[in-house]
Design a protein around this ligand. Sequence first.
Ligand SMILES: Nc1ncnc2c1ncn2[C@@H]1O[C@H](COP(=O)(O)OP(=O)(O)O)[C@@H](O)[C@H]1O
Ligand SMILES: [Mg+2]
Length: 304
Amino acid sequence: MNWEQARELLFFQRRRTPSGLLAPAPHRDVDELAAVRASSLCIASGKGGTGKSVVTASLGALLARKGRTLIVDADMGVGNAHILQNVSPEHSFVDVVEGRLGVREVLTHARAELDLVAAGSGVSRMAGLSNFELHLIACGIESLESGYRHVLVDSAAGISTQTVSFAAASDVVLIVTTPDVTALTDAYAFLKVFTQRRADCVPLFVVNRATSEEEALSVAERFRGVSHKFLGREPRSIGWIPDDREVVHSVSERQPVVLAHPGSPAAQALERIAAALVQEFTAAQARGLGRQLLRTVGYTPKIA
Ligand SMILES: Nc1ncnc2c1ncn2[C@@H]1O[C@H](COP(=O)(O)OP(=O)(O)O)[C@@H](O)[C@H]1O
Ligand SMILES: [Mg+2]
């Protein structure tokens, strides 16, 4: 089912079948609709404030140079991905779940080859979407993603079903942690829940805000060790990002650090991480974020 059909089911045509299921309008096969799929990357963490949005903003800017890129702000109701691209979207996922607009209509152009769907701000109920609302979002993403080479999900913190669903639906998952014990503990909690959903996927991780390479390596070693011991699984490190004042400046300037301060140590680290991710996309099969989210949500439209 695509977005238009889902919206039709919800708001316009309520047709009852003998089984009590709502009958979708005749539609083309999903494969036909999404013949070319974007590679998807979910930037996640257990704890808030570890740098997910900072990392997403820069990866978005860098990957857009390689091919059209979409940032999906999945920090529903409290999203700030748009701030870091210096755009003020008029619409967001809130309009989508409330049935006013389709995902295509809430798309915001951020810069050359980079678009964004905003999560809406100050709308608390967005953090606990129903399966049907998540289904609407998934249908919308599914209808969009064939137009992009990369789709990046700027995830919410935490391990709610909604948050983990975005990660579980993505081709590549990048966990952002800092050296703080609390951030590492929450990164481990995220990994544990994620692993239960996607036993086939080895997540990547990055240590952000490290004060030295030595610290980053030691934190990475600890994270891998604990994961191996208690989960029997090891996430794979894809680099580290130094604690860098230029990141803080770039946030006030509402720009990705790789554009605002390209020569800074953090920007250079992010360039290396983006290059490594391009290799990961080549290795991973692009399964379609929207389509996988639809499967993950597992919603079946029914009349109450
Ligand atoms: N490498 C870094 N160096 C210095 N400060 C950083 C770095 N990464 C993130 N920060 C700071 O942390 C803040 C929170 O980052 P953000 O990406 O919004 O976190 P999250 O999206 O995980 O909640 C940023 O506004 C910035 O001030
Ligand atoms: Mg964020």
